[in-house]
Design a protein around this ligand. Structure first.
Ligand code: ADP
Ligand code: MG
Length: 263
């Protein structure tokens, strides 16, 4: 159970295509999201970034009529193998959404431990207390809420709610954390707090973040992938690589235009 014993995990998407009914929205997306790194997914609205993220932890299959092709491997193991349980993929690969979504009537404490029961992780009362402190500390929230653990999650500010959601995601010890525009509903101060949290978390969990904010992508990510859906065609990766090169010397004119705000 201790995080220190776990090695960092690499996530690998191989020729992933996706459909909603007969509408193809992703075409042959392949991407390595290296262990212990932050990978940013960038690109205009509607190019399939959120869909791709949901495929990475088997949430896409929750959408009625949705289908996909290709493979997603966590440290070499296909998360879509028929004998694998969906719940295991979702436990190992956590998700934080754009709009903070703690259980609003549930206490801060219960929000953090909520995922344990869902994923069948058993812990003692004492372990639970320690886990809540640990996860809220990692999420950068402990000092602000240590005296408010019984308050409802919905009573926190927006930025605090988002950090609570990060703490909740961490409680099941994920190996990868997916974040879909986690700061776009937040003010600049809360955004900075989340960016600091990301920088600290990446030493123990692989992170994939969707962001519309190019300065944020430049600040937080090691690797960057630029998605585009041109002229009604499905989304695909135009270019990916180390964030520095993507910003300073992109190979494709469309990448250069996008990262410099000329889209
Ligand atoms: P992004 O996150 O890059 O803005 P999305 O993954 O949300 O892109 O959307 C990609 C495409 O898939 C869009 O054309 C969108 O309309 C479509 N889409 C997304 N979610 C659904 C859904 N639940 N049902 C049908 N179409 C969807
Ligand atoms: Mg999206």
């Amino acid at each position: 159970m201790t995080q220190q014993l776990m090695t960092l995990a690499e996530l690998h998407a191989d020729a992933v295509s996706a459909w909603f009914g007969s509408h193809k929205v992703l075409d042959q997306v392949s991407l390595v999201m290296p262990a212990g790194r932050v990978t940013a997914l960038i690109g205009p609205s509607g190019c399939g970034k959120s869909t791709f993220l949901r495929i990475l932890n088997r949430m896409h299959e929750l959408v009625p009529g949705a289908s996909l092709a290709g493979e997603v491997r966590l440290d070499g193991n296909d998360i879509y193998e028929p004998q694998r349980r969906v719940i295991d993929a979702r436990r190992q690969i956590g998700m934080v959404f754009q709009k903070p979504n703690p259980f609003p009537a549930m206490s801060v404490y219960d929000n953090v431990v909520a995922g344990l029961k869902l994923t069948g992780v058993r812990v003692t009362r004492r372990e639970r207390d320690d886990l809540v402190e640990e996860c809220l500390t990692k999420a950068g929230l402990w000092r602000e809420v240590r005296d408010r653990l019984r308050d409802p999650g919905g009573a926190l500010s927006g930025g605090q709610q988002q950090r609570l959601c990060i703490g909740r995601a961490l409680a099941v010890r994920p190996r990868v954390l997916l974040m879909d525009e986690p700061c776009s509903a937040l003010d600049p101060t809360s955004t900075r707090r989340i960016e600091e949290t990301i920088a600290e978390l990446v030493t123990e969990v692989t992170i994939v973040i969707v962001t519309h904010n190019m300065q944020q992508a430049a600040r937080v990510s090691d690797e960057c992938a630029f998605f585009l859906a041109e002229h009604g065609s499905p989304g695909a990766i135009v270019e990916h690589g180390p964030t520095g090169s993507m910003f300073d010397s992109p190979q494709d004119q469309r990448t250069s235009d996008y990262v410099h705000g000329r889209f």
